[in-house]
Design a protein around this ligand. Structure first.
Ligand code: IDP
Ligand code: MG
Length: 139
């Protein structure tokens, strides 16, 4: 995957609240293009694997439980400087700290149920995208 790509999930709070369309609109309006997308649900083992980098963090169990509580939308996105640009668009992890106008400020419910995931590096964007999509599925 090229370094102009990032990976996002619209999390269970976003799918439950019917916010996926609004959030995808925001993402496209911000200049990202969709390279792969699927509506799916994580098993416990899959969520543990996806978030294994956080396995020592105190919130790991809560995070895995939350991320398996409902459907998610997995999306590979493309834009110049995609990783940093997307992190700016979504805002801080805790919606209480997220800048006005960011996706988390407008849609997140809590620090755990915070509407969207955004990769933190080019390397992780590639790994996370491949977790959900084969090369064949990526446009
Ligand atoms: P990020 O999603 O902004 O990159 P990370 O620190 O990578 O934030 O944490 C991954 C996810 O774990 C967050 O998006 C959030 O859902 C959850 N999380 C992070 N910190 C906490 C916490 O203190 N309590 C509960 N859940 C948390
Ligand atoms: Mg992170």
């Amino acid at each position: 995957m090229a370094t102009n790509r990032t990976f996002t999930m619209l999390k269970p709070d976003a799918t439950a609240a019917g916010n996926t369309g609004k959030i995808i609109d925001r993402i496209i309006e911000a200049g990202f293009s969709i390279k792969a997308m699927k509506w799916t649900q994580l098993s416990k083992a899959e969520a543990e694997s996806f978030y294994s980098v956080h396995s020592e963090r105190p919130f790991y169990g809560e995070l895995v439980e939350y991320m398996t509580s409902g459907p998610i939308v997995a999306i590979i996105l493309e834009k110049d400087d995609a990783v940093a640009s997307f992190r700016e668009l979504i805002g801080a992890t805790n919606p209480a700290d997220a800048a006005p106008g960011t996706i988390r400020a407008d849609f997140a419910e809590s620090i755990s149920a915070n509407a969207v995931h955004g990769s933190d590096s080019d390397e992780n964007a590639a790994i996370e995208g491949r977790f959900y999509f084969s090369e064949r599925e990526e446009a």
